[in-house]
Design a protein around this ligand. Structure first.
Ligand code: PEP
Ligand code: MN
Length: 361
């Protein structure tokens, strides 16, 4: 539920509304002040008597949000969320490039790939220790301690913040102690609520992949699990983790020539429906290094706040996903052109019907 205060409503009037909601319904409020004041009410808002709140002094209107992914919804939070990771902004008008090897295999491979990624101009480095693979016979990563040691070395060597996929709740503390800056939740875990709930108790940024069998609402509901801080009874038990970054990677379809079907129209749609930063993954969606470059440009032109793609020092010998990884030279070109496309389109709205002039070059 959101309560719009009238233009000119006083801080006292706003406070009275918040006090009333908290006293009568034990619900939490968040206030956003821009031209006018907007109060977001969280929890089981069906118990709120809308008419009584509408009558309070200073209230302009009360709107019930019907989407199920409230915290992730733009209706609940109008401004773009911008997340800062070690000085790197993600979201809003920024384009943030995530890249690096699909998996850590050896120290030499990980460090060589990390250097290539850094030289290519990526902002956030992939340092993946745990891999959730479809077949148990595929490469699933090194032993946890060794993998994290190498992840740390990748971070120290490049000075870049690192992102790593968490598939096991028991590994969370070790990830954080090793200096992992961003936790990624992979497509296979995208709706696993115990993992999502655990991440709501910390404020470390989370990249949430789109589950390959989920629609948009299910994906954004998964984000809301991390963000809401509500327990099963709808009680507020924590602040929730607001630092969620979405990452689109397509869904399963009958097309066998690409790995997953990535619908480029999802990019402006999700930007309209959610305030969260939105990345897209051209490697895991296309599954083919020959497609990664152009798919990247498509995502960026469509309004993604960044991309995450696989960069490997020797893709032909990679133990994991070498087919979709690009080498250093190509990665550098992708980053350069992606930034050019992004700057050319700065100021072009992602909402249908808004026509901002293209910035003159
Ligand atoms: C990955 O990013 O390494 C990965 C496994 O992606 P996804 O979860 O989208 O399959
Ligand atoms: Mn992969």
């Amino acid at each position: 539920m959101i309560i719009h205060m009238a233009p000119g409503a006083t801080p006292d009037e706003t406070q009275r509304v918040i006090d009333r909601i908290m006293r009568d319904y034990a619900l939490r409020c968040e206030t956003i002040v821009s031209d006018t004041t907007v109060i977001g009410v969280k929890g089981v808002t069906s118990i709120v008597d809308e008419a009584r709140i509408s009558e309070l002094p200073g209230v302009d209107r009360v709107i019930r949000i019907t989407v199920k992914y409230k915290d992730a919804s733009r209706a609940f939070h109008g401004e773009d969320t911008i997340i800062n990771v070690g000085g790197v902004p993600i979201g809003g008008q920024h384009l943030t490039i995530f890249g690096g090897p699909c998996a850590i295999e050896t120290e030499a491979q990980a460090l060589a790939s990390a250097r290539l990624a850094k030289d290519a101009g990526v902002d956030i480095l992939r340092a993946f220790v745990d891999k959730s693979r479809t077949s148990p016979y595929d490469y699933r990563g090194l032993a946890l301690d060794r993998g994290l040691e190498i992840a740390r070395a990748m971070k120290d060597e490049t000075g870049l913040p690192i992102v790593s996929e968490l598939i096991d709740l028991r590994h969370l503390d070790a990830f954080l102690s090793a200096g992992v800056d961003i936790i990624q939740i992979g497509a296979r875990s995208a709706q696993y609520s115990p993992l999502l709930e655990e991440l709501s108790r910390i404020d470390v940024p989370v990249v949430l992949k789109h589950g390959f069998g989920n629609d948009m609402s299910e994906w954004l509901c998964a984000a809301a699990y991390i963000m809401s801080g509500l327990d099963r009874e709808g009680r507020t038990v924590g602040r929730g983790n607001k630092n969620v970054i979405l990452c689109y990677r397509g869904i399963k379809s009958f097309e066998s020539e690409t790995r997953f079907a990535a619908d480029v129209s999802m990019i402006p749609l999700v930007r309209q429906r959610s305030h969260l930063p939105l990345l897209a993954d051209p490697s895991h969606s296309s599954g083919d290094k020959k497609l990664v470059e152009r798919v990247t440009y498509g995502f960026v032109a469509a309004g993604a706040n960044g991309v995450e793609f696989d960069i490997h020092s020797n893709p032909a010998e990679a133990l994991c996903d070498g087919k979709q990884a690009v080498g250093g030279g190509e990665a550098g070109r992708i980053v350069r052109f992606a930034r050019e496309i992004h700057s050319m389109l700065t100021g072009v709205g992602y909402e249908t019907g808004t026509a901002f002039p293209v910035a003159a070059k």
